[in-house]
Design a protein around this ligand. Structure first.
Ligand code: ATR
Length: 261
């Protein structure tokens, strides 16, 4: 098994999958490979030749891989994002387990999404998966803001019920999600002013490394409920594992600890 992307050094997927292989006596190995766009064709051949049993696809190839896929799951088709591939009857199948990863992670936080207003910062690669999941979870409104307005407008073509506000504007919301890359560097700050937001709100960050971005740190210090993207990451991996091996691996403290390194 493989995870492919560029860069790929930061990926924790091998730790998770190899841990689950060991615990379940599965004779397999999961590696990471840094690929270029021109290598995707060869990756597909390696899967079709049974040299690779399954692959996770990460940034920046989740969309680029689509032309090589024979069958897309509904989630993958709508979000135009594939993170899990495997061979079925000689056909390459593409799934998007980020949707399930986000949904399960939010359910575990016990935040009730029913009828809630969700404010999303960013319009990059992971946002269609989050919108898709939120729609399944019966939220009442999704509001997007992105520094580059045009990218939010493009998202609205797929998800026509979303609302868009300009970067800098803070609408009323129940939950705010940082889906920008701001926070990946520990010193990153998001130049938005949340000081007038009521204390009952939920601040979520898709980023899990660093474990607490400045966005979450400030929110926690002020007294808001916060959560990072670690569970989302683990659940998307577990969903990929389920697709490949037909059962869900155990998610326990041992698994969480693998991501603390
Ligand atoms: P991509 O946009 O290629 O899919 P991504 O990492 O998935 O890449 O998305 C990065 C997100 O972080 C984008 O929403 C980006 O905003 P732009 O579309 O305006 O680039 C956002 N982002 C990155 N740096 C930012 C910054 N300094 N301020 C605000 N938003 C930023």
């Amino acid at each position: 098994y493989l995870v492919i992307g560029n860069p790929i050094d930061h990926s924790y997927s091998p730790q998770l999958h190899n841990h689950w292989f060991k615990k379940n006596n599965i004779k397999a190995i999961y590696k990471k490979e840094k690929l270029n766009l021109s290598d995707l064709k060869d990756l597909v051949l390696r899967i079709k030749d049974f040299k690779v049993s399954g692959a996770n696809v990460t940034v920046p190839f989740k969309r680029d891989i689509i032309p090589y896929i024979d069958e897309l799951s509904l989630e993958a088709k709508i979000t135009q994002s594939v993170n899990t591939i495997y061979l079925n009857d000689n056909k390459l199948v593409g799934h998007n387990t980020d949707v399930e990863g986000f949904e399960f992670a939010i359910k575990e936080t016990k935040f009730d999404t029913n009828g809630k207003t969700i404010f999303i910062l960013g319009a990059g690669g992971v946002v269609p998966s989050i919108i898709y999941a939120l729609n399944k979870m019966n939220v009442s409104e999704i509001i997007i803001t992105n520094r580059t307005r045009n990218k939010s407008d493009i998202l609205k073509k797929t998800f026509n019920k979303i609302s868009i506000v300009d970067w800098g504007e803070i609408p009323n919301f129940d939950m705010v999600i940082n889906a920008t890359s701001l926070g990946l560097n520990e010193k990153d700050e998001i130049n938005l002013d949340f000081s007038k937001v009521e204390k009952s709100k939920f601040f979520y960050d898709v980023i899990y490394n660093p474990q607490e971005t400045n966005f979450l740190k400030k929110a926690r210090e002020v007294g808001y409920k916060t959560e990072n993207g670690k569970k989302m990451f683990i659940y998307q991996a577990a969903a990929a594992f389920h697709i490949w091996h037909n059962f869900y691996p155990k998610i326990n403290d041992e698994v969480y600890k693998l991501l603390n390194k």
